[in-house]
Design a protein around this ligand. Structure first.
Ligand SMILES: Nc1ncnc2c1ncn2[C@@H]1O[C@H](COP(=O)(O)OP(=O)(O)O)[C@@H](O)[C@H]1O
Ligand SMILES: [Mg+2]
Length: 265
């Protein structure tokens, strides 16, 4: 299969038999065809970030396996898999433009290609006018745009995004979501996107994997049958509201259970 195939993946931290051992994720199975955007949503501590680490080859699962385009993931694949995190991961001493070029340099992109790719990525996120700004001169939304530009410039077929917009105000987050949907329609990237926003999940995803409280299992997969790019009007549609409500019903008991058992925060 072209895309990401997750088969029976479990993750635990701490030695087997140790009372402090935490089973983070249990028996996750999910196929993500190339070009699809899948959102992972579930209570805090249910193993979403752990699963991204495993897909990225940054951690080994205690059971199960992940393949990308049919090949088992055995370690990081920087040419194929890009990341965007919630935290600002920009180098503070470099301008926005130089941050993007630094990423391209690390990836081994030839020097004469770097400028064109950085310019294109800046245009894609609407940051051309801020290319010479330093991260401290940017708002939170612009920093996330810059991170997104850096990830896009690497032209990986897969993007893993771990609550990338979580620190932003709702309006900024929704506009960035629209931009991402436009990018997806243009480039057909495969995206795994962790969010705790129900609306963001429905607005962005082709499918939403809903996790149980820890140990996280995939409880249900909801399909959002709506083409990309998603129009702003989709946000206020009855379809989105209906799916958001269905998601709320699915998540509510899990979040309460996570709080009551202390699995989450
Ligand atoms: N490196 C680690 N060592 C020990 N425990 C960890 C580690 N990484 C995650 N955990 C624990 O595993 C559980 C799942 O974490 P995580 O994947 O970050 O969940 P989520 O992203 O869904 O909030 C949490 O209880 C967390 O404390
Ligand atoms: Mg997380």
């Amino acid at each position: 299969m072209q895309g990401i195939s997750i088969r029976g993946v479990s993750q635990a931290f701490g030695a087997a038999g140790d009372a402090r051992r935490v089973v983070a994720l249990e028996d996750a199975t999910l196929d993500i065809p190339a070009g699809e955007l899948v959102c992972l949503i579930g209570p805090s501590g249910c193993g979403k970030s752990s699963l991204l680490d495993i897909i990225a080859g940054l951690a080994k699962p205690v059971a199960g396996s992940v393949t990308i385009d049919g090949e088992p993931v055995r370690g990081p694949l920087p040419k194929r898999v890009g990341f965007v995190f919630q935290e600002n991961a920009l180098f503070p001493w470099l301008s926005v433009y130089d941050n993007i070029v630094a990423g391209l340099t690390f990836q081994g992109v030839p020097k004469d290609e770097r400028r064109g790719r950085a310019d294109e990525a800046l245009a894609a996120v609407g940051l051309e006018a801020f290319r010479n700004h330093y991260p401290r001169q940017l708002s939170g939304g612009m920093k996330q745009r810059a991170q997104l530009a850096r990830a896009l410039s690497l032209q990986t077929e897969i993007l893993l995004m771990d609550e990338p917009f979580a620190a932003l105000d709702e309006q900024t987050r929704l506009v960035l979501g629209e931009d991402l949907s436009v990018q997806l329609a243009k480039t057909r990237k495969t995206i795994v996107f962790v969010t705790h926003s129900l609306v963001e999940a429905v607005f962005l995803a082709d499918r939403i994997a809903v996790f149980t409280a820890r140990p996280g299992r995939i409880k249900t997969i909801l399909t959002v049958d709506e083409p990309h790019p998603r129009a702003p009007g989709f946000m206020t549609s009855a379809k989105l509201t209906g799916l958001r409500n269905a998601l709320y019903e699915l998540l509510h008991d899990e979040v309460r259970r996570a709080m009551e058992t202390g699995a989450g925060v």
